[in-house]
Design a protein around this ligand. Structure first.
Ligand code: F6R
Ligand code: ZN
Length: 188
């Protein structure tokens, strides 16, 4: 039987104590997701491969719920802000919550029935992600964006669809300001 415990979450660093696992995504692993592939190649050409985000988990396979943090670094590829891959949950009935701890960003959501939505990510806002909505987070600030996520342990991730079609919106910096546009290369 599992035993209860308090898990400390540092809202600045995203540290989860105790944690059960973590992974890092570097820019080279996000090829094909940014609109400006030349800028991405140029960013990698110097030999640097920056960390774009890190995920730290508290996941007990015997439990139905799990949670963790995502720590997104600030940065851009061309004029497009750093983003996560974006996914649907494999189990269609599974939603999620993202509770922002520090930094600022946006959560882009695309539904299976053709809608899109944007939720601001700022400290104190808990974003509700309903089932059947793909979600991608984007750091639009100058500091790390740190949020806590909660979902079903076996929700699963389907990256293929967003990887192939993209999302309906892009988040860019234009004239120094955050701008959300329709994705011109969205494959509907
Ligand atoms: C879990 C979830 C988050 C993301 C994380 C990285 O369902 O939504 O933990 O997995 O923010 O984003 P992706 O997985 O899209 O690269
Ligand atoms: Zn998710």
């Amino acid at each position: 039987m599992l035993f209860p415990e308090g898990v400390a979450i540092d809202g600045r660093s995203g540290a989860v104590t105790p944690e059960t696992g973590r992974y890092v995504k570097r820019l080279s692993e996000l090829r094909g997701l940014y609109q400006d592939d030349e800028s991405l190649q140029r960013a990698l050409a110097g030999g640097d491969d920056p960390v774009v985000y890190e995920v730290i988990e508290y996941r007990k396979p015997e439990s139905d719920i799990c949670f963790g943090t995502t720590i997104m670094q600030p940065g851009k590829v061309g004029d497009e802000y750093y983003l996560t891959r974006g996914h649907f949950h494999r189990r269609p009935e599974c939603g999620e919550a993202y509770y922002t701890q520090s930094g600022e960003g946006v959560l882009l959501l695309d539904s299976r029935d053709g809608q899109s939505s944007v939720v601001e990510m700022r400290p104190g806002v808990c974003a509700f992600i309903p089932p059947e909505w793909a979600h991608r987070s984007i750091n639009t600030g100058r500091e790390p964006l740190v949020f806590v996520w909660f979902c079903a342990t076996d929700a699963g991730h389907d990256y293929a669809e967003i990887g192939a079609r993209g999302m309906r919106k892009l988040v860019l910096e234009r004239d120094g300001a955050r701008t959300i546009i329709d994705n011109p290369s969205y494959a509907s």
